[in-house]
Ligand binder design. Sequence first.
Ligand SMILES: [Zn+2]
Length: 303
Amino acid sequence: MSERKSNRQRRTEIRERRLKRAEAARSALSQPDVRWSDCENPPAGAVRADRELLARHNNTYGLLPEFYLDRAFTCRDCGEEQVWTARQQKWWYEQALGHIDSRAVRCRACRRARREANPGGQLLREQCERLRALATRPPDEAARRAIDEALESRWWGVRIVAIETLGCWGDRTSVARLRDLASGVERPRRSSWAFQAQVAAAKALAACLPDTEAGWMLGTGLGKHPGGGHLLAALRARPQAFWERALETEWRRADPERLIRLVWAVRWYAGGETLYSAWRPKLCDHPDGRVAAAVRLAWGTGP
Ligand SMILES: [Zn+2]
């Protein structure tokens, strides 16, 4: 009995201490929202934010935090003053992929109470962890079903983890699925799920797409694709043999527009005199004059 009481006391003390630290951090900086500060020496208790990771799933590119600080908040349900710690924030924004504008609104106890009142509702953290665990072994029927369900989740963070899992699997079925997700809508609004899905799928594909299938990337329009940066980075890493194969394939496909895109891709990502000299005469004789024009523009007039 007395032990339980002391536990409770200890928790209260911890909370008091955290509240004090949050207050100190707040007053140490003059900015209305300390997270946006880019000061060189963050106050005690600050946790560095991974801005690159955040940028991948937030559209507010310029407004990403440099670091997290303990934040005091008043629980929406019980009205108690609580602290959302810097570490909890890092987990929320970087692991659960909560939107950067989202905030803690309920204390732990009230969150648990809500969960118990609604046993069907799955805990976001648990679900993300389960999905990540699936990524560590080859998929079976049940795992694929779990991913299908996760892709329908009302939480974008859960859907994105599902997409990442498909990328980790990287098998034929998963690659086909990712291609569908990456192709989707043309020019989606930045604030839409379609946009987020295309970025996440492009990133997952860039990591797992086998060389023999990488030609698909050239068909996406790349620069115009929301996740084009990831695809381009993957293309840049392809060996010379990949570009030779791509030229062969696109030559046979007889789609001048794709061929022109490839000519430019070779210029920017594979630029090599051997490729230029081997392919220039053939491409310049292409029945569609635009191909020869592109070659002259992209590769120079050459020898
Ligand atoms: Zn509460």
